[in-house]
Design a binder for this molecule. Sequence first.
Ligand code: ARG
Length: 608
Amino acid sequence: MNLLTQIRSLFEPALTALAPDQAKVPDLLAAIKPASNADHGDYQANCAMALAKALNRPKEAQQIAKEIIAALPANDVLEEPMVAGPGFINLRLKPDFLAKAIAAIATDPKLGVEPTKKPKTFVIDLSGPNVAKPLHVGHLRSTIIGDALVRILRFLGHTVIGDNHLGDWGLQFGILIHGYKNFRDEAAFKADPVRELARLYIHINKLFKKPDDDEEGATDDPLKRACQEETAKLHAGDPENLALWVQFMPACLEMLRPIYERLDVKIDHALGESFYNPMLPGVVEDMLAKKIAFESKGAVVIPNAKGIIPQTEEEQQKEEPPAILRKRDGAFTYTTTDLATIKHRIETWKPDALLYVVGAPQSLHFKTVFAQARRWGCEGAEFQHVQFGSMLGTDRKPFGARKGGTIELMSLLDDAAKLSLQKYEENSAARRAVGHKVFEPTDAEKQEIAEVVGAGAVKYADLSQNRTTDYVFDLDKMTATIGNTAAYMQYAHARCRSIFREGGVDETSVRTNPPALIISHAAERALVLQLLRFPEAVEAAAADYLPHLITSYLWDLAKSYSVFFENCPVLKAESPGLKDSRLLLVDLVSRVIKQALDLLGIRVVERM
Ligand code: ARG
């Protein structure tokens, strides 16, 4: 049950009856929001001012507010609304309503989140690393954000297909093939192909005139040209190079596997660029036959809406995107591959929406691709570039622009785990020193805490930013045990669980047969309201593909919980009824935290 939706639905008939222009009703409803200050109530309807204007009675907003209230249907959700200031309507939920709602979420495995009324099929393009080379941090963001969206949309009852559009057909294979033919250590390759291929890739890259420059395109570097020639031979179907590609692919995928495993990310499909290679000539022919694309000076191009035909790839970087499908030398482009991919996805999965979780620098590419796909007849589906900003170093420079270009993700996750464990142990030592009872984990438990908290820190830091902005990758801040971090939420969860252990209470009874809610303190009421707002957060995150709305929610929940914890003894509550009621809230806090973190792909441990 979404509280906000429920309150808006009470206002809808009233506003529909009063508004002179029905088209404005959604805007008026959107002005009903959670109260910014709890002293003013739980929610606030700020629609009277706009309605007064629309009715040409600009000075009578207070009176209009009263008319809105008078037009509300009888209900057992809201106390009598109060008008404040120039015409704000303050709303407070009835205690009985809160008690019933809490009992309802206690027995609901989905904690009040209802399946969507309009289930859709989504294809989500996520991760998309260029295999055969060290994973780039940009692909880390795509993997983390993409996986969270898969989980959130699925939780709401949508059908979601995750597809990893691997870059498995580009210059990096020319580099490997050239390296293998000229520089390989046969014994090393036999013993450990993954390691030897990684070594060869790094070795060749260092020998380039411009190290780490593996962009395609004209070059005066003979070594790079040699690698490009190997790539061209591969694309032309040269049997030797094709056989090497087939031989290298498993090793390349093996380099990625441990990263996905550690991040706890499973992607349904991995149809990379190579999969679409055989379809590319057909795409171009079809586009030519439908007179969408034209031949121009030996290339095949799609003019933009103004009829301008690009002559170079640079010209394609203009605002109104035209596209090159086949270059003069016969090579197909990234655009052609993406068009083939769209056709395949639409035919195979018949999606309502195709989401591309890819960095902001590719926004022009997707604008082009989506526009051309629509002209090609792929209408009806929603195309969405779910873009994200860059990850910056603590020096505020993009990771990708620094020398080295990529950082080894595995070692980054190792560092996160190590630092998380260190902070955990410092925290435990500090608490032990002031006489607290502290959990003493075994070595295996310590290992698990390090992994769960470390990977959680990296993910949470990424997901707690509005994805469209750049963010600073600061391992020290993201592993902090206090503040809006994974560790803080994981601790809060474990602390809730420990109350049950300490009290020797079994949680199944509060879940199957929830005790009556008693609200005896403002902090208790605030916590109840926060717990009931979980569905609002999940639905808002799904609506705009913004996972940070879930972390913001978690942060608010954690703050309410901490005030509650300070003020409301649980095991030592004044009466058995109050103790049971508080245990119910504590159990719900832990369940909501665990579920919300799970939607972000972050795990918890029972004890820490
Ligand atoms: N491999 C690409 C890159 O690293 C990302 C793929 C994104 N997905 C797509 N369908 N183009 O830039």
